[in-house]
Ligand binder design. Structure first.
Ligand code: FES
Length: 145
């Protein structure tokens, strides 16, 4: 049985990863993935890019901004395929960020409960409209009349 090719063309990579070719070009322009050029000036990607793309897709699905994804991927070693330990370090850093997002979303959900039935959307008092409003700590509903 023949071993799989070490590098993939852009079409092969798009098909294997389940992403559009345009997305690959976008990710490359943003520095999330890298390619080398063949003698015919075609993009060639290392097979390890498949793992990067899987990580990018998952990170986007959980709402991580592209800049955070790029920063995390930048921390991966260059010149070798990332190990399981490398990926674990990356996911541990994201776990902290996700915990923070979950906390924020939980607060927003709870504040939304207070706002349902109120509907004032007061710039001064509504925690949904003005998250920094300290008066919002005193409860939902307008505090200035
Ligand atoms: S709608 Fe949010 S406090 Fe009234």
């Amino acid at each position: 049985m023949a071993s799989p090719p070490k590098e993939l063309g852009v079409g092969e990579l798009a098909e294997r990863a389940g992403v559009a070719v345009s997305a690959l070009h976008f990710y490359e322009a943003k520095g999330l993935i890298h390619s080398v050029r063949s003698s015919g000036n075609q993009r060639r990607y290392a097979r390890s890019v498949l793992r990067r793309l899987a990580v990018i897709k998952v990170a986007q699905r959980v709402g991580l901004p592209l800049a955070a994804i790029a920063q995390a991927l930048d921390a991966l070693p260059s010149g070798r395929t990332p190990t399981v330990a490398d990926w674990r370090r990356l996911s541990a850093a994201w776990k902290l960020e996700l915990d923070e997002r979950i906390k924020t979303l939980t607060q927003l959900r709870d504040q939304l409960d207070g706002c349902i039935g109120c509907g004032c959307l007061s710039l001064r008092a509504c925690p949904l409209r003005n998250a920094q409003d300290t008066l919002a700590q005193e409860g939902a509903g307008p505090h200035f009349r």
